[in-house]
Design a protein around this ligand. Structure first.
Ligand SMILES: Cc1cc2nc3c(=O)[nH]c(=O)nc-3n(C[C@H](O)[C@H](O)[C@H](O)COP(=O)(O)OP(=O)(O)OC[C@H]3O[C@@H](n4cnc5c(N)ncnc54)[C@H](O)[C@@H]3O)c2cc1C
Ligand code: FES
Length: 282
């Protein structure tokens, strides 16, 4: 029976697979990471930057990026509670049921990055969709040039994956700068928006590629700062978020002209979506 359900879901991207939460970890105010086990599947192949549609039965379904290690093949998602479905997701505890459809979308350009410096600019929750790319870059470290991670949050208690960032720092083969908009408590690090870190970062703009994820206003300023640093539009990639329903290019909910964010994105080269940034819908 489970095998039949599996075969059906492999054919029908609209059919959620059954899953269960195995573990959940608090990452910050309203943000939780869920480890999910999907029934009847061995591992889960996804590319950094792709997403799943997660269902809380009786509540609804939302797109959530993978935030775990693509090599491990585990289903890890980091969710901020902003509305009914995401709030229901973060309330799920061990053994609670969850539905999954995916993986969907086009992810980060990991092959285009080979041999180049990689500059990662993340704002707030934007580090979650970038974390699989960081795992890939560090897992295949010799394939890439300089790796720079610039991460900004509003306040120190919103820094995601804190212990992991500290462990990455100890490796010495990735440059990491973290900044907060507002220093509180005993914060002794950099204060200011994440874009202020870009001019200080060390990379070769002629041979670098930038991966940017965060609130759209932050991405617009980050792109301007990357331009000032010498990067061209064709070397800048960003992940766009738009409301979604089907996630497979059928319903048009995420459509902008000829672009479907669910199918053609969510990761786009900047020159392909320059005119769409800031638009809510067309
Ligand atoms: C490709 C993709 C990947 C995503 N990855 C993650 C992730 O890893 N972790 C995470 O917490 N969230 C992620 N999101 C955003 C998440 O899907 C929304 O927060 C969720 O759909 C909100 O649903 P809700 O019912 O909880 O709240 P709603 O009531 O639907 O929305 C609450 C508020 O959030 C806004 N909102 C809703 N959906 C979006 C959206 N897609 N983009 C921007 N604002 C939105 C609404 O305008 C409203 O202000 C992703 C979205 C997309 C499109
Ligand atoms: S969500 Fe339906 S077309 Fe993209």
């Amino acid at each position: 029976m489970a095998a039949m359900a599996d075969a059906a879901s492999a054919l029908d991207p609209m059919l959620p697979r059954a899953g269960r939460v195995r573990r959940r970890r608090r990452e910050g105010p309203d943000v939780w990471t869920l480890d999910i086990e999907a029934e009847g599947t061995d591992g889960w192949v996804f590319a950094p930057g792709q997403f799943n549609m997660l269902t809380v039965f009786g509540v609804g379904e939302v797109p959530i990026s993978f935030s775990g290690d693509p090599v491990a093949g585990r289903l890890v998602h980091t969710v901020r509670a902003v509305g009914p479905v995401s709030a229901a997701l973060v309330r799920l505890g061990p053994d609670d049921a969850v539905g999954l459809r995916g993986p969907f979308g086009v992810g980060w350009p990991m092959e285009e990055a080979v041999g180049r410096d990689v500059v990662i600019v993340a704002g707030g929750l934007g580090l979650a969709p970038l974390r699989p790319a960081i795992y890939r870059l560090l897992g295949e470290r010799s394939r890439y040039g300089q790796i720079v991670l610039l991460y900004g949050t509003r306040s120190p208690n919103e820094i995601l994956f804190r212990r992991e960032i500290e462990a990455w720092r100890r490796r010495l083969d990735i440059d990491i700068e973290v900044t907060v908009d507002h220093a509180i408590d005993d914060w002794r690090g950099h204060v200011g928006v994440v874009t202020t870190l870009i001019p200080r970062a060390t990379f070769d703009p002629l041979h670098a590629i930038a991966l940017v994820c965060g609130p759209e206003v932050m991405m617009r300023f980050a792109i301007a700062a990357l331009h000032d640093a010498g990067l061209k539009d064709e070397s800048i990639y960003l992940s766009m978020e738009r409301n979604m329903k089907c996630a497979v290019g059928f319903c048009g909910h995420c459509q902008f002209g000829t672009v479907f964010v669910c199918r053609d994105g969510p990761v786009f080269r900047y020159d392909r979506v320059r005119t769409l940034l800031g638009l809510k819908e067309i």
